[in-house]
Design a protein around this ligand. Sequence first.
Ligand code: IMP
Ligand code: MG
Length: 401
Amino acid sequence: VVGLQWGDEGKGKVVDYTSGSFDAVARFNGGSNAGHTIVLGRRTYRFHLIPSGIIKGKKLLVGAGVALDPVILSQELRLLGRQGFRADLMVDGRCTLVSPAEKEMDGFLEGLKEGVALGTTKMGVGPAYAIRALRLSPRPVDLLSGRFDFSRLRRVHRQLTRRAPDLEGWARLSRRLLRGRVGDTSAAVSEINERGGSVLFEGAQGTMLDLQFGTYPFVTSSPSVASYASAGLGVPARDVGDVLGVVKAYTTRVGAGPFPTEFTGPLERKLREEGREYGATTGRPRRIGWLDLVALRYAVRLNGARQLALMKLDILARSKELNVCVAYKDGHGQSSNYYDFIGNVDRVKPVYEKLPSLYGAEFGGRVPTAAARLIELIESETGARVKLLSYGDERSRTLEL
Ligand code: IMP
Ligand code: MG
């Protein structure tokens, strides 16, 4: 399950809804920059690192591709524990760790870029992956062995931030928090597979935030396309099955960066309030725009998504107007191929098709005619099939097509 826009498409609900027939749910990318929201009855659950399969009591795996903040993980486990959820969780011994030093570096780097900050979540995820690429950081296995030498890392931190964080203290705490939870998640997936079971791979963020393929440099710091489920978990590519892409019926984005279909005004505020479009990690108001089929077609192809879950139709139905972007144009012309504008996406103008609005539509049991028109357009433009429709927070407010 992957997001096809800029994150916050509703993957948490989709993972919760579809995980019933799976033995385990595994995260393969990102870190506590992610935020999943699941609503059950009158309760809302929010988490960042723990896979969304927890609500259904699934076995949970956090793969090597994840940037793991042990302190946040244990806070989350404690909070969910108080709400009655027992996590059967394994963290891969090779994942990238996030310490307070990387968090501080995230704030420091954002502060340097006066006026052109990326608007990161400041959870230290980007710096943690960077330090990992410099081969300076310990992995969970290194913390547990107690043999990691922090002197190189400390020296680099001191040069970059002029501070010397207490990494040994953090390492002791993290060792305690992680003990008994660290293992080989790659082998765990393969064992489940060999005995005929199945694992749901849960992506964080969205395709347009992917480090290589998104709206660079306004992207997150790890890949978020479906193929990274393989690399991030250590699972052969042929063992990754069908891809379900999650799409919100309109678009949101938190943080800076190109967003061709963004709009402002009363409807922006209405959709934000009714859709509760505030970042689950930072609380920042999300930017709002129309559905962008140019970006969506690109994302569907990159992920090989044959199936789509279309989310938040009830919120879109609060609008008396419905526009869908079918092409971009700039001074040189018009095209519906995203790559044609790849260096220029911040300057393009969207070309809209006006559709009959969903205003006031009722979803109980069948698909309203106006929604059927929207679905037809999405399917014909992307070649993928809309399999799930979501028209409310709760599990029951879902239609299978
Ligand atoms: P970072 O991932 O904290 O480095 O932030 C980089 C960009 O990705 C910022 O624009 C964030 O708002 C965005 N971002 C990161 N994680 C998420 C997410 O889970 N949902 C939506 N946006 C995200
Ligand atoms: Mg989110």
